[in-house]
Design a protein around this ligand. Structure first.
Ligand code: SF4
Length: 1002
């Protein structure tokens, strides 16, 4: 343990303790004295205080003084008696496992209760409270006819189990200590006289022990001063602001010469304060220590171990495996690489893995076979999961073997050799988590079963019970930095300043729900008052808060949150404050000695007096002052020296202005061009630009796509359904071109094969919805077959402009003489009844947009496929008898059967005009977001866009504000496209077909 400063030093209490020890020694410097402190922290502080008191006060040093707690002293006194009884104090994990084992053999309600670590620990806490009763009172309680009495009855069974296996619980230890004190045997030599340092309110059993001690030796008591009052009160916006206020208080004291070890920040049990306080202190570069620094189950090692145990008892769902991989710096094995979590997330999603080891094996293998770019990672992931499954499901038997197995798993996947770059506290946590695991080996003494589920409950319960012991960290020991602790832990300690946070009703005192295990009805039956009712617990808390306040000898600061951030509800200051603020502690006059100050926000606190708490706050305060003077914030010193900050400020300024800038999607001309003949473009690429240029930038230039996770898939995605139908029709038409007759049976047979493959590939969602979708696809294929009629197919998937293909790209010459080359793939080409070429592009889904097309069949560039495919067909099969291109709507949800467009010279001119406008805008580097008119749930263009959640909510206002910017002229030109000459286009509606029952099976 590191040697920190004594928290009692330089205080009247240190003198009082020194004097009390001197009195207890009765003039014999070598006479032993035991100081009994309320907590181990207070005991350490008392020991250091005594050690330095002589030096600081120029008084004689003290020797042969033991500083301990009542619990430790009780164990010391009880040891000889317990030894005679053949018992030893039960270790924590053994006690927890005993509770679980005994309750598991009881009625089903107990079995359910102890199968969850939280409720198991609640039961254990209830037993700890019951053990403060005497054995006689406990037996009386167990005979009562109330629900909670079952808990007392169960405790007897647990105690018996412990005794049978050689363990003593705290009640046995206390009884043994009482027996030792009541017998004629001498006390242990080093106990000597006893000084009780600020004793809390003892339960009758504990009082009996202290009284028995007093009969055997000198017992002195140093009581809590009762007149400490609040000297400063702050109402802060929320708990995080309270934490910042506490840090400001620490810094202000530091500037006044008050050392960190002379300051404490104390908090209630609820409200998440320990994490907030340690985080804010760390952000300010201030060391801190305390009992609740970091719970072991929340460390990397704790999360990794619990995740492994969850996997061992889970269903190998993709989300569970990925969550474990992301929970800690997991490696592929000793000396192996860190697992590429994000990559494996993408690969497993692409493979369609949802759950089950079979899917990890089969679907990853299938992905490896069909996608060369993913082959290596898919195979690596499959191997990793297979190896992982082998390790976590291996059948270690017995607690010791199970503990060794868990430690090996940690060593294998966290590779201690590779933890050099971990933060020191996480490295320490790894060793402490392994220590907890090793302690479970002893559980075989009380429980034979060590299946994975039981082991998992035991591990979780222990990790949730333990916080990181920071004493091995540099600056992490008692007295190193600011003391951060619950209120009751400050009893028996002294600081210059105490800051009490969370002083709001609902937190202090907490919500007054009855105890489910030991309800007030049962507690009221305890005549000794040992089992405290809700009212008594509130009274005890007031005592703890009073002691915490009294621990501050110079300043006593109290803060409360104005709002609960989880619920948004207003919070009223704690009712205790009226008592604590009164000079005489009476509650009257309320708050007279402590004026209330408010901090409504971070900005308000930055503008307030006092030091800033971190470098970031210093920057924010400077920017705020600079802005208030009306000067350009970009010229402020922080913006001048920090490039990233400057860019961020520039971004905010630019987006709020009227000019279209690089922060809005202006990337500069020539960086993206559709004029490279060696790189033909697709029609859909340009269509995307016409739809929304920002979407084009994200999707087509930057290659960003939203990934649908297979576990979120309820039914087959529209795009997968479209691909599936296209694949079925491609195969069918290809067979017809090869000479096969027109056949509905063959079409459905092909569909069966493809639909089964889709289901095996995990693309189809929930089984019930897939049955409906499958039936709908079957109906669509019947309709398709009927509408196909006598068409004679010439080509299927007519590919043009492919690097390896025979058919060249389609080139379109623009008005300025430049040429745009297109590539693409027309779904099919047929010879019509009048000899004309009929080019079809299948469309699945509703296609209401096609039904709404007006005078411009190209819809200002949003529909370019038909003229392009018509040009490709003419280029391939000759111009003789004309070309008709059509969208063939092959879905039951359609609003029409076909949309047909005849290839004419007027259409070619219009096509070239539209392509030219798009090409110039793309080459101009303009990519604004154009959301379209607002709709109930967003904007028309954004409804089906992957980037809806990424684009700012005010995207319509941004677009409206920048519309007139000169940089956007090419986009304005595209939006102003009009049809110059009449075009031949028509929507063909056919009578709705009624399907028979057989038509819905495929
Ligand atoms: S969400 Fe809307 S504005 Fe943003 S990229 Fe998509 S379509 Fe464009």
């Amino acid at each position: 343990m590191s040697l920190g400063a004594p928290a009692l030093s330089n205080s009247a209490m240190a003198d009082e303790l020194y004097d009390a020890v001197a009195v207890a020694k009765e003039g014999d410097p070598l006479f032993p004295v035991t100081v009994v402190a309320p907590s181990t922290y207070a005991a350490v502080a008392a020991r250091r205080s005594l050690a330095l008191a002589g030096r600081e006060r120029r008084r004689a040093g003290v020797a042969i003084v033991t500083c301990t707690t009542l619990g430790q002293l009780t164990q010391q006194l009880a040891a000889p008696v317990l030894w005679q009884q053949g018992l030893r104090p039960v270790p924590g994990p053994v006690e927890t496992e005993t509770v679980r084992t005994v309750a598991s053999a009881g009625p089903p309600s107990w079995v359910r209760f102890v199968s969850h670590p939280r409720t198991l620990m609640a039961l254990r806490a209830a037993f700890a409270e019951l053990r403060r009763l005497s054995p006689a009172a406990l037996e009386t309680l167990a005979r009562k006819d109330v629900r909670g009495a079952d808990v007392a009855a169960l405790l007897f069974a647990i105690r018996q189990h412990l005794h049978d296996h050689g363990f003593a619980d705290t009640l046995d230890v206390r009884e043994a200590a009482l027996a030792a004190l009541g017998g004629g045997d001498p006390l242990p030599e080093d106990v000597g006289a006893v000084v009780l340092l600020e004793p809390p309110a003892f339960a009758p059993g504990e009082s009996a022990l202290v009284e028995a001690l007093g009969r055997r030796t000198t017992c002195l008591s140093l009581a809590v001063p009762s007149t400490a009052v609040v000297s400063e009160r702050w109402v802060c916006a929320e708990p995080e602001e309270e934490a910042r206020r506490a840090v400001r208080s620490v810094l202000a004291d530091l500037e006044d010469g008050v050392a960190l070890w002379r300051q404490a920040v104390l908090h209630p049990a609820a409200g998440g304060y320990p994490r907030l306080l340690h985080q804010q202190l760390a952000a300010a570069g201030l060391p801190s220590n305390g009992p609740e620094y970091l719970r072991l189950d929340r460390t990397s090692a704790g999360r990794a171990l619990l995740g492994l145990l969850d996997l061992a008892t889970g269903d190998w769902s993709r989300s569970q495996v990925l969550a474990w991989l992301a929970s800690a710096p997991v490696r592929t094995g000793p000396g192996g690489r860190p697992v590429p979590v994000s990559r494996w997330n993408a690969v497993s999603a692409a493979a369609g893995v949802v759950r089950g080891l079979g899917q990890w094996r089969d679907r990853l293998a299938r992905l490896a076979g069909r996608d060369q770019a993913e082959t290596d990672e898919a195979l690596a992931l499959a191997d990793f999961v297979s190896d992982l499954a082998g390790r976590v499901t291996s059948g270690a038997a017995g607690w010791a073997a199970r503990a060794a197995w868990a430690e090996n798993l940690l060593d294998h996947y966290l590779d201690p050799e590779g933890t050099a770059l971990w933060p020191a506290e996480q490295r320490l946590a790894l060793s402490q988590v392994k220590g907890v695991v090793r302690s479970l080996a002893e559980l075989h003494t009380v429980s034979s079963g060590a299946d994975v589920a039981s082991f998992r409950v035991a591990v979780r319960a222990e990790l949730e019970r333990h916080h990181l012991d920071t004493t091995e960290l540099p600056g992490g020991g008692v007295g190193d930095g600011v003391f951060v602790a619950p209120f009751d832990q400050a009893r028996g300690m002294r600081f210059h300043t105490t800051v009490l946070v969370g002083m709001a009703d609902g937190l202090v005192p907490g919500r007054a729900a009855d105890d489910a295990l030991l309800p007030d009805e049962l507690r009221a039956m305890d005549d000794s008052g040992t089992l405290r009712t809700r009212a008594a617990r509130a009274e005890q808390l007031l005592g703890d808060v009073r002691a915490a306040l009294a621990a501050g000898t110079g300043r006593r600061v109290v803060t409360s949150p104005a709002v609960d951030p989880r619920t948004g509800r207003e919070q009223v200051p704690s009712r205790f404050l009226s008592v604590l603020s009164a000079p005489d502690g009476s509650g009257s006059p309320s708050g007279a000695s402590a004026p209330v100050r408010r901090v409504d926000s971070l900005v308000a606190s930055l503008r307030g007096p006092g030091p800033v708490q971190s470098p970031d706050e210093h920057v924010l305060r400077t920017l705020d002052i600079w802005t208030a003077t009306g000067a350009d914030v970009l010229m402020s010193p922080p913006a001048q020296y920090d490039g990233r900050l400057r860019t961020g400020l520039e971004t905010v300024q630019a987006r709020a202005g009227r000019a279209f800038t690089r922060f809005d999607g202006l990337i500069g001309s020539g960086r993206v061009t559709p004029f490279d003949p060696a790189q033909p473009v697709s029609a859909t690429r340009l269509e995307t630009y016409a739809e929304c240029p920002r979407k084009f930038l994200f999707e087509r230039v930057l290659g960003i796509h939203e990934r649908t996770l297979p576990e979120d898939l309820w039914r087959i995605e529209a795009r997968d359904r479209g691909s599936l139908v296209h694949a079925v029709l491609e195969r069918y038409v290809a067979e017809r071109i090869a000479g096969a007759p027109r056949s509905l049976a063959r079409l459905l047979e092909i569909a069966e094969e493809y639909l089964d493959q889709a289901a095996e590939g995990g693309l189809v969602g929930k089984p019930l919805l897939w049955r409906l979708d499958r039936a709908a696809i079957a109906r669509d294929l019947h309709t398709f077959h009927a509408e196909e009629g006598d068409l004679a197919p010439l080509a299927v998937e007519l590919a043009f402009g492919d690097e390896d293909g025979d058919i060249p790209a389609v080139s379109v010459e623009l008005a300025d003489g430049r040429v745009v080359s297109f590539r693409g793939r027309a779904d099919r080409v047929d010879r019509g009844s009048d000899g004309e070429l009929v080019v079809s592009d299948y469309k699945t889904g509703k296609q209401s947009g096609i039904a709404r097309l007006g005078d411009d069949p190209l819809d200002c560039g949003r529909r370019l496929q038909l003229p392009l495919y018509a040009l490709a067909a003419r280029q391939t099969f000759g111009p003789d008898d004309g070309v008709v291109a059509r969208y063939w709507m092959v879905s039951g949800e359609r609003s029409a059967a076909f949309f047909e467009l005849e290839l004419t010279e007027a259409l070619e001119r219009h096509f070239a005009d539209v392509v030219g406008r798009i090409a110039r805008a793309v080459e101009g580097g303009c990519f604004p977001g154009i959301p379209g008119p607002p709709r109930d749930t967003g904007f028309e263009v954004c409804m089906w866009c992957d980037f809806d959640r990424v684009c700012p909510a005010g995207r319509d206002r941004q677009w409206a504000a920048k519309r007139g910017s000169p940089s956007l002229l090419p986009v304005d030109d595209l939006l102003a496209t009009a049809v110059a000459e009449p075009l031949s286009a028509s929507l063909v509606r056919l009578p709705v077909r009624v399907h028979s029952a057989q038509e819905t099976t495929a």
